[in-house]
Design a protein around this ligand. Structure first.
Ligand code: SME
Length: 156
């Protein structure tokens, strides 16, 4: 299980040490990916609001063809279109699913948002069916909120 307190502290220390969001987003993906065997692919997409596209910022796992995803497409694009996290226990049940790997059985997408504005998302795929619990969503959500803070601070 992910030690969320530890990662939040690490992010805060990186901020205070002058690291930019780029490094913090990469470190977060690395730490999440190492935390649990069921997290087989972990990535962060950032929303490009001009093009209404999600752009893959960084990931750990098998290479994916989906480096850019239009809002409304797949599980990732649906999360943005509906403004809601997606916890999909069985990806074969999703009509417009964008497959990264035939091994993926379930997927969790947690939005990175600042108030009403969606900045991006943390996307996790698992080779295990129904891998993600409410606790996973909650813990990943705490990291997403921290990353939103980091991204917004760079706008000031
Ligand atoms: N499965 C996602 C696409 C991203 S990959 O999982 C890396 C989707 O349906 O949007």
């Amino acid at each position: 299980m992910l030690d969320v307190g530890e990662l939040l502290r690490e992010i805060q220390e990186m901020r205070e040490g002058g690291y930019l969001s780029d490094a913090i987003l990469r470190e977060s993906v690395k730490t999440i990916s190492k935390a649990d065997d069921k997290y087989d692919w972990v990535g962060i997409y950032l929303l490009n609001p001009e093009e209404n596209m999600l752009w893959l910022h960084n990931y750990i796992g098998e290479p994916t063809e989906h480096a850019q995803i239009a809002v409304g497409e797949g599980v990732c694009g649906t999360a943005v279109a509906e403004g809601k996290n997606q916890n999909v226990p069985d990806v074969t049940a999703i009509d417009n699913y964008l497959s990264c790997s035939p091994k993926t059985k379930s997927e969790l997408v947690v939005l990175i948002r600042a108030g009403d504005e969606i900045l991006g998302q943390i996307d996790i795929d698992s080779h295990t069916e129904a891998a993600f619990t409410e606790e996973d969503e909650e813990v990943i959500g705490m990291i997403a909120d921290k990353l939103a803070e980091v991204l917004m601070a760079e706008r000031e």
